[in-house]
Design a protein around this ligand. Structure first.
Ligand SMILES: Nc1ncnc2c1ncn2[C@@H]1O[C@H](COP(=O)(O)OP(=O)(O)O)[C@@H](O)[C@H]1O
Ligand SMILES: [Mg+2]
Length: 323
């Protein structure tokens, strides 16, 4: 039986900008089980990072969470005080790595001390023990010469090494959930694969859960067990990776998969049109202006997320008998 770790329920977030109200998340639903490697994929601007920041209740001004719940281990994070989240959740239960690790690390503290400090701040450990544990952690993320790297500063690291240091730091407290927002986007392709493999190994070794966020479906395809596909602030499809790749249901997902080069395909297909401006998003299903199957109902009302096959959910009128 799978145990539910995180449930995002009907999350709606707007940004109040001078251009108008950006309707960034339009009622997003998502469930992540304990111990799974979940991938969230979609084009830039579709709301992946906003979803991640909401999970830690870190949505920045001018953003506002209008509606929704973030149930983590049975408790709604959005109902916790900032102080409670800082004390009990962020950095302990839920940690996050991002696209630019060097920017996220403290430039004036050496790599080893950053990890030791995170350990001392979050778990009951002496300075000596923390230093020892830091070297072990650096070894676990496959850093060669961990003692040397520990004495160096972030700016002396390559992007790939810095991401490993970041991962070591974010795993130091044995979090229940590690959110990785575009962790390999800024890295060379060969290094990307190494970091993704490392994350995959760590899910097993640490029995942690990973939410991997990326605009690149091939990154998800190499790592994740389940995938959520977002489009313009909506979750349009969720399912096991294999199901989604072999049998995508939503026309947008089909378009995404057709846009990946493959040996079988001779011609790449693009999704016609462009991503909408979320200040004035399309009515109904936000994908309808670009969808070759759009009917009148698609313009009127957002389709519900329905389970069309076992563990395969889709939000599209093609599948609910109303077409
Ligand atoms: N600070 C902000 N101010 C205004 N709009 C924002 C802000 N942050 C995000 N948005 C808007 O929210 C939407 C989702 O952004 P984001 O989650 O960063 O996308 P992704 O991570 O999928 O590329 C985008 O339309 C973006 O313009
Ligand atoms: Mg992002």
């Amino acid at each position: 039986m799978q145990e539910l770790l995180l449930e995002v329920k009907d999350l709606e977030i707007n940004f109040y900008t001078y251009r108008g109200v950006v309707r960034a998340l339009n009622g997003v639903n998502l469930r992540i089980n304990k111990g799974e490697f979940f991938g969230l994929v979609g084009e830039t601007g579709c709301g992946k990072s906003v979803t991640a920041s909401a999970i830690l209740n870190l949505v920045q001004n001018p953003g506002r969470i209008e509606k929704g719940e973030i149930i983590f281990k049975g408790i709604d994070i959005l109902k916790m005080s900032k102080e409670e989240i800082r004390k009990d959740i962020r950095g302990k239960e839920i940690t996050m790595i991002m696209q630019y690790p060097i920017a996220a690390l403290n430039p004036v503290i050496n790599n080893g001390e950053q990890i030791s400090e995170a350990l001392i701040a979050n778990i009951d450990i002496t300075k000596n023990e923390a230093e020892k544990r830091t070297i072990e952690l650096l070894k676990e993320v496959n850093i060669p010469e961990p003692e040397k790297i520990a004495r160096q500063y972030p700016h002396q690291l390559s992007g790939g090494m810095a991401q490993r240091v970041m991962i070591a730091m974010m795993l130091s407290t044995k979090p229940s959930l590690l959110i990785a927002d575009e962790p390999t986007t800024a890295l060379d392709v060969s290094i990307q694969a190494q970091v993704l493999n490392l994350l995959k190994d760590l899910v097993v070794k640490y029995n942690t859960t990973i939410l991997l966020i990326t605009h690149d479906l091939s990154v998800v395809a190499e790592t994740c067990e389940r995938v959520g596909v977002m489009y313009a602030g909506d979750m349009v499809e969720i399912g096991e990776l294999k199901h989604i790749i072999d049998n995508p249901k939503h026309p947008y997902t089909r378009g995404l998969i057709n846009a990946i080069p493959s040996e079988k395909r001779t011609k790449l297909q693009e999704i016609k049109g462009s991503v909408p401006d979320l200040v004035n998003p399309p009515s109904g299903c936000r994908f309808h202006p670009r969808c070759t199957f759009a009917k009148s109902v698609c313009k009127q009302k957002k389709p519900q997320m329905l389970e069309v096959e076992k563990n395969h959910l889709v939000s599209c009128y093609l599948y609910d008998g109303q077409k």
